[in-house]
Design a protein around this ligand. Structure first.
Ligand code: PLP
Length: 481
């Protein structure tokens, strides 16, 4: 990052919410009750919550004032028009359909655009996005650059699409069986990695040749724009808002989880420049989400979103947001912790395969590591590995992703630098005692998006590599015992 400007927060704190540390014995019990799945913990039992950056932002005084201006009319709420104006102004899409959150928009676009048997290329999968594509009868095809699957590769725009992979898919299945290319800014499952504008332009050129539209998963578009401003040649003089607009202008439709970039607790939307898709979405939304002027959101939430969008593209805000993530990542890196590099924008991702080399991927190392971090420190993190990857739709076997990660996601405007230091120390402590962390076995597996509700138990020691057994014995009574 540009060292000349500090990343200090461009705000002061007006209201605080107490957090409480629990004892190790308590956490051991909570973890057991939660089936070793951090999604199943109660938030009151968490000290610092890095489960997600979704819906966890601190809203500004202006947003809270906006909440008081909620026009809770069933139809034609004034707040909808404010939200629509903000989306058109900052993102540039012509037509807007509100949804209760991102997956609501993914559902609509998948149902509208994907005929049974079609293929949807994308820059790595996202859990809900892929599931909606599959439920519509499509097959997701990963066309991200190879480096995205390698936690050590330090190329700057690891979210980019590999044009050759995309061309190969077009040649193999035919352009008419590709309803759209899904381009995410940034790529969550790769560690929060951005795309470059150069790559997006090239993808645009290729897809236009075949008349394939681009659907933009714009969940973290402002963070992506910041990385372009910092690292892509030729964009240093542009504001984050201008770059956001450039990205959106190169795409045809979008899905958005406003719970991330846009600084609200709930909400999302689908947007498009295509009047035919808009007409269908405007009709379908009433079946699944609500009338087309609220789509599952309260008027007050739409107002907070309109204001949140404006704040999210401010250079000062985004510099502080990504600056904090980088400060934290740098601390872990300096302590020798294996993290995904380069550091992304919404969190720091631990490489669980390298962190816990004594576990096989069948023992869910990232899940085990997330559990161990909670047990030792009360910090809640999330698995992004084999559990999140689910099962292959044809064979029913586990998908084994190359990246087996624990995500430490930083909520926006919520925690301080001291919190970052405490978390870093906690991870360092677990790393120093990593040999004692036991693998897990899955005892309950839900059918859809299993990572949310699956339950686990610690593996017996039998079958684990014995290299570290001796050391582990001292720890047996502590870590996940
Ligand atoms: C890249 C990406 N797309 C889509 C979604 C889904 O959004 P939501 O959780 O609002 O349904 C998420 C949520 O984490 C995401 O990170």
């Amino acid at each position: 990052m540009d060292r000349k400007k500090p990343w200090a927060e461009p705000y002061k704190i007006k209201m605080v919410e107490p957090v409480k540390m629990t004892s190790w014995q308590e956490r051991k019990q909570f973890l057991k009750e939660a089936g070793y799945n951090t999604f199943l913990l109660r938030s009151k039992d968490v000290y610092i919550d890095l489960l997600t950056d979704s819906g966890t932002s601190a809203m500004s005084d202006r947003q809270w004032a906006g909440i008081m201006m909620g026009d809770e009319a069933y139809a034609g709420s004034e707040n909808f028009y404010h939200m629509e104006e903000a989306i058109q102004k900052f993102y540039g899409y012509k037509y807007v359909i509100p949804t209760h959150q991102g997956r609501g928009a993914e559902h609509l676009i998948s149902q509208i655009m994907i005929p049974e048997g079609d293929f949807i290329p994308g820059n790595m999968y996202f859990t809900t996005t892929r599931l909606h594509q599959e439920l519509a009868g499509g097959t997701f095809v990963d066309v991200i650059v190879d480096e995205a699957h390698d936690s050590e590769s330090e190329i700057r725009f690891k979210g980019n699409i590999d044009l050759q992979k995309l061309q190969d898919l077009i040649d193999r299945v035919g352009a008419d069986r590709i309803p759209y290319v899904c381009m995410a800014t940034t790529v969550n499952m790769a560690g929060g990695q951005p795309i470059s504008l150069k790559n997006l332009r090239e993808v645009r050129e290729l897809t236009q040749k075949y008349q394939i539209p681009i659907v933009h998963d714009m969940t973290r578009v402002a963070e992506n724009a910041f990385m372009i401003q910092q690292f892509e040649e030729g964009y240093q003089e542009y504001s984050c808002a201008e770059i956001v607009k450039m990205i959106c202008d190169l795409t045809d439709s979008a899905t958005m989880s406003s719970k991330k970039d846009a600084l609200v607790s709930i909400g999302g939307f689908m947007a498009t420049n295509d009047p035919v898709i808009f007409e269908e979405a405007r009709n379908l939304v009433v079946v699944y989400e609500g009338l087309h002027t609220y789509g599952g959101m309260a008027g007050r939430d739409m107002e907070a979103l309109a204001i949140g969008i404006t704040e999210s593209v401010s250079d000062d805000h985004i510099r502080a947001r990504v600056g904090q993530v980088h400060y934290f990542g740098q601390r872990l890196k300096e302590a020798g912790i294996p993290i995904v590099e380069p550091i992304g924008t919404h969190g720091v991702f631990l490489d669980a395969k390298k962190f816990l080399p004594h576990l096989t991927q069948d023992q869910f190392p990232a899940q085990a590591l997330a559990a161990a971090i909670y047990l030792e420190s009360g910090v809640r993190t999330m698995e992004r590995g084999v559990v999140s990857a689910g099962r292959n739709k044809e064979t029913g076997k586990h998908n084994y992703p190359r990246l087996e990660l624990v995500r430490l996601t930083i909520p926006r405007r919520v925690y301080t630098q001291a919190h970052m230091d405490v978390i870093a120390e906690s991870v360092e402590y677990v790393y120093a005692n990593r040999d004692a962390v036991r693998g897990l076995e899955m005892t309950y597996e839900p059918k859809y998006l299993r990572f949310f509700q699956a339950r686990f138990e610690p593996c017996p020691f039998v079958g684990e590599k014995t290299r570290m057994k001796k050391k582990r014995l001292n720890w047996r009574s502590r870590m996940l015992a």
